[in-house]
Design a protein around this ligand. Structure first.
Ligand SMILES: Nc1ncnc2c1ncn2[C@@H]1O[C@H](COP(=O)(O)OP(=O)(O)OP(=O)(O)O)[C@@H](O)[C@H]1O
Ligand SMILES: [Mg+2]
Length: 521
């Protein structure tokens, strides 16, 4: 003990509450050399926040840990990603609300690690901290940590982490939060319901405003259901030309109509043994609705031009951002189909109703971006976080992703401010009537563009304006910037700008080439 203390004391750097990464490594090396024996390769351990006392650090190093202390700052997410550790310890300190929110975001973003918590008895009296530790941590320790069995517990956590291959660890992370990042009670309730719904082989109806995560939830239903080994086939019912809906969904026989030169398997049949995701189901024509109802009730379909029924076993997950009850009242949606779909109904709440989530998601998307791209941006200024918290996010999480990524692409400085996010002008005072109208126009166009698969002609037709006007409005409402941003990054990262555009490279190419036509000559 004495010799340990003198070694520590003479080192100086270990005397503080935080130990620098390099210093810990050098102590590790000197221990190895001093003992004249070869230790097994060090297992990496991330230590977040304060609370790493010298004696504890030495204990861990002697137990073969390569300890990497990191401050709980805005860079923590990126540093964790780069650390290559399988285990992390996080110090909850006094359990301050903002700190707990940050810790939850970090743990949620790195569930591929096994987490151990350090918390005082006082901090453990806070319900939020208890719930977080209970749900997300492998174990927890109350100081003093010296001789507390921490090293043994870390060994078990490391062993548990090794049970999963790295790729599976990432998948496990995505699975455990269903891909839906956030700490608000509203999103926690969504995750809980998703967990329950996924296991039942019944249709699921997802509702919610644009950009709230309906497609993410649909993927989660598939990934967590018994059908996860089967296909996930997504169909945007709103983007299908009316005369082709039946054939797209149910398939057709050769010669069924002019141009049907070969037999075509429909999307529902293609999803056999998996999930068919019917996006924008509110836009499905009535005739196709009848056939869908028959499929839901009898699990049979008929290809267009055929009199034979075929069995198809696909789970239907439907999504819409329109009010289906109203569509039923207005005769645009079949009532019986609505009731058939509405059994397992999950509503994705708008971001403005998820308190605390916008800041956490913003940090999460910036971290994600930084792991994939070089950018000057590394964190948000206090003013930016305030603006993010106060803005109403009409385009919900999609708008947040886009604003953060655009800011990261164009950032000149390390610190992102409200201006970088386009949230500078009195977001808290609420928009003027003019701004609100412009925002509504912008959202309508953005939404139509997405639902038309970024086909400008089709979009212009649906909006009842000319293509020229559509291009002009895209420029006017900054949609041009979205498109330009796409061109600023390599193709491999297109999905960063709008996940809607990601599944189909063809769509991306089409979008990018349309964007090119927006560039100044
Ligand atoms: N809670 C969340 N955590 C992380 N990412 C999210 C979350 N919710 C949504 N996203 C991201 O936001 C974007 C929009 O999500 P998604 O496409 O699922 O929305 P949507 O409800 O289907 O929108 P729309 O009605 O316009 O089709 C995607 O990039 C998605 O990955
Ligand atoms: Mg969607």
């Amino acid at each position: 003990m004495d010799s340990d203390q003198s070694e520590t004391g003479s080192g100086g750097a270990v005397g503080g509450s935080l130990i620098r990464k390099g210093r810990v490594r050098s102590i590790f090396s000197s221990l190895v050399a001093g003992r004249g024996k070869r230790l097994p390769p060090a297992r990496k351990l991330v230590w977040l926040g304060g609370g790493l006392e010298p004696a504890v650090a030495r204990e861990l190093i002697e137990a073969g840990w390569d300890v990497m202390p990191l401050p709980l700052d805005d860079d923590a997410g990126v540093s964790i990603g780069q650390a290559g550790a399988a285990v992390a310890v996080v110090d909850f300190a006094d359990g301050d609300d903002a700190l707990v929110a940050r810790i939850e975001a970090l743990i949620s973003a790195h569930l591929e690690l096994q987490w151990l918590a350090v918390a005082s008895e006082h901090t453990l009296s806070l319900p939020r901290v208890c719930e977080l530790i209970h749900t997300l941590c492998f174990n927890f320790f109350i100081p003093p940590l010296h001789d507390s069995g921490l090293a043994v517990s870390l060994g078990h956590a490391w062993g548990k982490a090794q049970l999963l291959a790295p790729a599976a660890r990432v998948a496990a992370r995505q699975e455990s939060d269903f891909g839906l990042v956030g700490i608000s009670p509203a999103i926690a309730a969504v995750r809980e319901q998703l967990g329950k719904f996924a296991g039942f082989d019944m249709p699921v109806l997802l509702t919610g405003e644009t950009g709230t995560g309906k497609e993410v939830a649909a993927c989660a239903v598939h990934a967590h259901s018994a059908l996860r080994g089967g296909p996930f086939v997504a169909v945007n019912c709103g983007a299908l030309p009316e005369n082709l809906v039946q054939s797209e969904l149910f398939g057709h026989e050769r010669g069924a109509f002019t141009g049907a030169n070969t037999r075509k398997i429909g999307r529902i049949e293609a999803a056999n043994g998996g999930v068919v995701f019917l996006d924008e189901i509110g836009d499905m024509p009535l005739e196709a609705q009848s056939n869908l109802l028959r499929f839901l009730e009898e699990q049979t379909i008929e290809r267009v031009g055929s009199a034979h029924s075929i069995r198809a076993n696909a789970r239907v997950v439907a999504a819409t951002h329109v009010d289906l009850e109203r569509a039923v009242r207005e005769g645009r949606f079949r009532e019986d189909l609505y009731y058939r779909l509405n059994v397992l109904h999950l509503h994705l709440p708008p971001l403005r109703e998820r308190s605390g989530d916008a800041e956490i998601l913003a940090r999460y998307f910036l971290d994600q971006f930084r792991r994939r791209h070089r950018t000057r941006a590394s964190k948000f200024s206090a003013a930016a976080l305030k603006a993010i918290a106060e803005y109403s996010w009409p385009g919900n999480v999609r708008e947040l992703v886009n604003r953060v990524h655009r800011a990261a692409v164009t950032a000149e400085k390390r610190l992102l401010g409200p201006v970088d996010l386009g949230l500078a002008s009195g977001a808290s005072a609420g928009p003027s009537l003019h701004a609100a109208r412009a925002q509504a126009d912008r959202d309508a166009i953005a939404e139509r563009l997405r639902s038309c698969g970024y086909n400008m002609s089709e979009c212009a037709r649906r909006l009842n304006i000319s293509r020229v006007s559509l291009y002009r409005l895209c420029r006017k409402y900054g949609l041009k910037n979205d498109l330009l941003a796409l061109l600023l990054v390599p193709f491999g990262s297109l999905f960063c700008f709008d996940a809607d555009a990601s599944p189909l490279l063809a769509t991306c190419v089409q979008w990018a080439s349309q964007a090119a036509s927006l560039l100044p000559a």
